[in-house]
Design a protein around this ligand. Structure first.
Ligand SMILES: Cc1cc2nc3c(=O)[nH]c(=O)nc-3n(C[C@H](O)[C@H](O)[C@H](O)COP(=O)(O)OP(=O)(O)OC[C@H]3O[C@@H](n4cnc5c(N)ncnc54)[C@H](O)[C@@H]3O)c2cc1C
Ligand code: FES
Length: 258
């Protein structure tokens, strides 16, 4: 059951002009959250905007739950103005589809742009028992995020930029493919822009590597009521619709249609 709580904002960091990291206190959410789950956040106690905004859990540390968001529109613009000591209305953890990394010896985590946020908690937890290879792709040097943080929770970290302005030039998936030629990868976990997810899905299917992808579809309610986040999944012989907010956001790449 998700918890509905007013969580105290105890730390606020500006990672980039448009990107903020918030740490909120919630023993209950921290105790139950799994890697890949998300929060539905009411950005203000005022009437508008009424709809909560979905934001992934980035990190859990003791009784702290951390999330990172990019300012996109009205909601996140208001959220970024919240100050330390204020209480934020949060529903979570949400999502039944979470990352399943148990019993995998050698995993590949691949993310792109702001899709890298939900992958940190996964890498941190998986690193306790697995070799963790991380591939993060960004458009250019200015957009690279969290390199030091991901380095600490990985055995290997590859950073790529589309234009070659920082580290490796090219797409992260190509570096994962190269490594998969030389070592057995037991599982792939991905979150990022759709073209990246499609490329990862197609590679994993071709090589028969278990793969999970996290979809950050647009959402309304976040709890299966508004039907705003429908996605097609393979149910045996037929394709049926399900909801990212309830069945996801993490899906088996063999099952979900993207
Ligand atoms: C499961 C899930 C997890 C997410 N996790 C994160 C996260 O960890 N960090 C983060 O920064 N964002 C995340 N998002 C995206 C985030 O929810 C949206 O950026 C946010 O709701 C935008 O709200 P807004 O009011 O600022 O913008 P709006 O005014 O609602 O929209 C402004 C612009 O943002 C675009 N936009 C809105 N929602 C999305 C979306 N879901 N994906 C892409 N573009 C969108 C709109 O098309 C529009 O162009 C996640 C989304 C989902 C569904
Ligand atoms: S967001 Fe409302 S049903 Fe998924």
């Amino acid at each position: 059951m998700p918890i509905h709580a007013k969580c105290k904002l105890v730390k606020k960091e500006k990672l980039r002009e448009d990107i903020f990291k918030f740490s909120v206190e919630s023993t209950e959410i921290a105790k139950t959250a799994k890697a890949g789950q998300f929060l539905e956040i009411r950005v203000t106690d005022e009437i508008e905007p009424l709809l909560r905004r979905p934001i992934s859990i980035y990190n859990i540390e003791g009784n702290l739950v951390e999330f990172i968001f990019q300012v996109k529109g009205k909601g996140t613009e208001i959220l970024k103005e919240r100050e330390i000591g204020e209480y934020i209305d949060i529903l979570g953890p949400l999502g039944r589809g979470t990352f399943d990394y148990k019993n995998k010896k050698n995993i590949a985590i691949i993310g792109g742009g702001i899709g890298v946020f939900p992958l940190y908690e996964l890498a941190k937890e998986a690193k306790e028992n697995s070799k963790v290879n991380i591939y993060l792709g960004f458009r250019n040097k200015e957009l690279v995020l969290l390199e030091d943080e991901f380095r600490k929770v990985s055995d290997k970290l590859v950073i790529t930029t589309d234009d070659g302005s920082y580290k490796e030039k090219g797409f992260a998936i190509d570096f994962l493919k190269q490594d998969a030629e030389n070592e057995k990868i037991d599982g792939i976990y991905a979150c990022g822009p759709l073209p990246m997810l499609k490329a990862v899905q197609s590679f994993a299917k071709e090589k028969n590597i278990p793969c999970q992808i996290s979809l950050e579809e647009r959402m309304g309610c976040g709890i299966g009521v508004c039907l705003g986040c429908a996605v097609k999944v393979n149910a045996g012989e037929e394709l049926v619709y399900t909801h990212v907010c309830k069945a996801g956001p993490v899906f088996d790449a063999n099952v979900v249609e993207i």
